[in-house]
Design a protein around this ligand. Structure first.
Ligand code: KG4
Ligand code: ZN
Length: 332
């Protein structure tokens, strides 16, 4: 069955056609990122205005690239939570319009859970249960996943999301937005042991906290600035030291959750999972504990509609359906 996926939870406008939850016929992602860069973060008003302008074109392109007609679509799966409310409403309203006009079944999909499905779109096959880590700009959460419709929350960030911390550290260092890719790049020439950063402890073992390390970076930068202009090498060292500490916390807690729950499979999704240092560290440390780690391709780590279509297909098989009362919701 062909599923048309629609994803507009943040700054992207994305549409995809995926067959039987696995075969990606098209996956178009249009981003308004360049319009947000100068503000150091996503401006909701700009994001949803761009989405209003582009959604029809993006869906049309996805259909053309897939080489199918609207009558060949068996389901419209749309992200309806969590995310920016105005942005979500663009996708949900568009999907409802097609559902109403063509009588094609409609299903609202949770954005976080769709990140967890991303490795499966690319053909990765693992068994349930597994521990799932979602590490993005808006969320950092650990789940015990027993099925595509069964997510037990084990822990989540108590303050900033990990990607948000990358973005804020990049802002402190005047490196632009988004912070993740540039911090990863600058870390390649930095010394990760030059500065001893630390992630704050949390009361619950599988929760996360990244606001303390972000503030520590701020103080470190202020201290060096008092001595003069920030040298390029110290910026690289701060990036590398921050990156290693933040990622170590993700690795440590995820593997501890696997052990606690007695599962040997770990699936990681979300924008930060595109980080090569993170992927290497997870692979190395998990191998020592005999835990298998699964990632999406780097392109599918970012927000995209293929993962929404894929998860939508699995939930549709489990008889889930939405109707015109489907609402957009900013929280999970
Ligand atoms: O999943 P995503 O595309 O959007 C959300 O749902 O939030 O994730 C975007 C986040 C941003 O915070 C960005 O800085 C981060 O993912 N990111 C990275 C990398 N690429 C993107 N963080 C670390 N290293 C990267 N290579
Ligand atoms: Zn996301």
């Amino acid at each position: 069955m062909n599923v048309l996926g629609i994803e507009t939870s943040c700054d992207e406008t994305s549409a995809a056609v995926v067959t039987d939850g696995r075969q990606v016929l098209s996956n178009i992602v249009s981003s308004s990122l360049s319009l947000h860069s100068k503000y150091g973060g996503v401006i909701p008003e700009i994001a949803f205005r761009m989405q209003m302008e582009t959604i029809a074109q993006v869906v049309d392109t996805a259909m053309q690239e897939a080489g199918i007609r609207i009558n060949d679509v068996g389901l419209i799966a749309v992200t309806h939570q969590p995310g920016l409310l105005g942005s979500l409403l663009v996708g949900v309203s568009f999907a409802k319009g097609v559902h109403l006009a063509r009588g094609i079944p409609l299903l609202g999909v949770n954005h976080l859970y769709s990140h967890m499905y991303a490795p499966f779109v690319a053909g990765v096959a693992t068994r349930f249960p597994f521990v799932g880590l979602i590490v993005s700009g808006g969320h950092t959460s650990l789940y015990l996943v027993k099925d595509f419709d069964s997510f037990e929350l084990l822990g989540a960030t108590q303050d900033d999301a990990c990607g948000e911390a990358f973005d804020k550290v990049a802002k402190i260092l005047s490196l632009g937005y988004p912070g993740g890719p540039v911090i990863e790049r600058r870390s390649l020439t930095g010394d990760p042991h030059r500065i001893a950063f630390k992630c704050c402890d949390t009361r619950q073992p599988f929760d996360f906290s990244f606001s303390g390390i972000k503030t520590a970076v701020l103080y470190c930068v202020q201290k060096h600035k008092k001595r003069g202009v920030l040298a390029r090498t110290i910026v690289d060292d701060i990036c590398a030291s921050f990156q290693e500490t933040a990622i170590e916390a993700l690795v440590h807690k995820s593997l501890a959750a696997c052990k606690k729950k007695g599962v040997r499979r770990l699936v990681i999704g979300g924008g930060v999972a595109a980080n090569s240092f993170l992927r290497d560290m997870f692979q190395k440390k998990a191998a020592g504990d005999k835990i298998e780690v699964y990632f999406p391709s780097k392109a599918l780590c970012m927000d995209n509609a293929a993962m929404v279509a894929g998860l939508g297909f699995q939930l549709f098989k489990k008889k889930q359906r939405s109707d015109l009362f489907l609402t957009a919701c900013s929280y999970s």
